[in-house]
Design a protein around this ligand. Structure first.
Ligand code: VGL
Ligand code: ZN
Length: 257
């Protein structure tokens, strides 16, 4: 692209034209939008990210994602959901039911949000603790009521095994088991994966990283995501850039104007 102003910036209108008439024909993308965990508990429930250190508004992703869905044609739209059984390993409430590794000390008054503990094996598991959230079938596990759900959408549940947490929509945290996401993408010949949702520095980041690893051209739509901790968000951003993901805002997604 010619940068006529020599200011390092390329005109968006010009880019959109180039995209439709030229780049799109060459790259021939088959696109998926992965909407990560836009669920009640992360917005206004037990793990509302507005109560987290970054103080962000999780609900703000909803109009942004709806606009993306209205103006851009994705070949498939995937909605992931954190989908835990009552006895899930990540819940603070369940620590008392499991055996802690002898090096870990958790007094009840210290068992606050985001403590990391080591559970006795086999296998030994290091686990960040969270308040009970996204219990299968509960209100907290439902997608936000205003989120647009398109026809022929694909739904992926994760974190269903009581003994393993799963931040990424592809793999569990120990990379022992996969969800059905990779099959849904490869069976459709997807080349480009766009990722958005909650939370930027946890499940969105993990999903984006695995998408890059799987070899998809991967685009994280940053203004359609919100996070928990500003420092972790910055770390996630830098790590994903190094790994080769593209980090953009909604208005530079091809098709969005
Ligand atoms: C998530 C913490 C625990 C997320 C899920 O969706 O970002 N975070 N479980
Ligand atoms: Zn979870």
């Amino acid at each position: 692209l010619i940068d006529e102003n020599q200011d390092g910036k390329i005109d968006l209108k010009e880019f959109t034209e180039c995209w439709h008439h030229w780049l799109k024909q060459i790259l021939d993308p088959v696109t998926a939008l992965v909407v990560v965990d836009v669920q009640n508990d992360f917005i206004s429930g037990t793990m509302a990210i507005c109560d987290c250190p970054a103080g962000q508004d999780g609900a703000a992703v909803v109009p942004c994602i709806n606009k993306l869905l209205d103006t851009t044609r994705f070949d498939v739209v995937i909605y992931s959901a954190d989908w835990h059984p009552e006895n899930h390993i990540s819940f603070i409430e369940n620590v008392k039911d499991r055996k802690l590794h002898h090096t870990t000390k958790v007094s009840s008054e210290n068992a606050c949000k985001m403590d990391t503990v080591i559970f006795e094996g086999p296998p030994i598991v290091e686990q960040k603790l969270w308040p009970k959230h996204c219990v299968q079938g509960s209100w907290g596990s439902e997608l936000h009521k205003d989120l647009k759900v398109v026809e022929n959408a694909v739904f992926i549940n994760k974190g269903t095994n009581p003994d393993i947490d799963s931040y990424s929509a592809f793999w569990d945290n120990n990379k022992l088991s996969q969800t059905g996401l990779i099959n849904e993408l490869t069976s459709r010949g997807i080349t480009d994966v766009y990722v958005c949702g909650l939370a930027y520095d946890i499940c969105v980041g993990a999903t984006t990283a695995h998408s890059v690893e799987h070899g998809f051209r991967t685009v994280l739509i940053e203004d359609a995501a919100r996070g928990v901790d500003v420092n972790d968000m910055k770390k996630t951003h830098d790590k994903l850039l190094r790994q080769g993901a593209a980090l953009v805002n909604c208005d530079s997604v091809p098709g969005m104007v």
